[in-house]
Design a protein around this ligand. Sequence first.
Ligand code: MF3
Ligand code: CO
Length: 251
Amino acid sequence: MVELKSDSEIEKLAVLGKITAMIVRKLADFVKAGISTKDVDDYANELCRHYNVKPAFKGYRGYPASICISVNDEVVHGIPKADRIIREGDIVSLDFGTYMDGFYSDMAVTVPVETVTETNKSLIKATKEALYKGIEKAVVGNRLQDISYAIQKHVEKNGFSVVRAFVGHGIGRSLHEDPQVPNFGNPGCGIKLKAGMVLAIEPMVNAGSYDVKIKEDGWTAVTADGKMSAHFEHTVAITNNGPRILTDVEE
Ligand code: MF3
Ligand code: CO
């Protein structure tokens, strides 16, 4: 069942979303060659204490850390580790959710570490653009897969592929709510979008094939062909005035 949020609930989600966005921006600035992914997790915990929010992923289905950090061919759900050192040329996906006062927020960015390959640059650019193409379609009266299709079309136009095994989701009083929001689909299909829906839209994009496999840790998803992957995510409210990006520092 898709839970519609009231205006006052959306305002609360916007407050939390802005905090999430500020934290993610600080984490993205913190990422540099020579630090470990565990250092980033530690900093995420420190920022959560500072802003008085809880890291939403910690303990979720047994997830052992506060943030998911997926480097290079890792697609999503990379677990921070002290011996996973970030290097120049890496692309680092930071996926971070927060909880406060009964509400959740979820966001992801992929950051290049110093100089990266042209392919990685265009992979990051196309994934971010695809997210915004999807958000543009998060409009009252559209259908869910109008979002999916816009994402898929932009990704494939750029010669990349959208991951099928993971999808976006409704969000609010739970981290994952209905509906699922695939990053592939057909225009005019899926449920009708209504004011009050809040969606975490999150294209995961592979440079090669869309197939993924899960590593022995039971969490980390990597590309099956070893090629690079990028991820961007925003929590977005559908309103009568159009899509409202809740995880935005500019709001
Ligand atoms: N950010 C992920 C999502 O959007 C959630 C991570 S699952 C966790 O669905 F277990 F790592 F928390
Ligand atoms: Co999400």
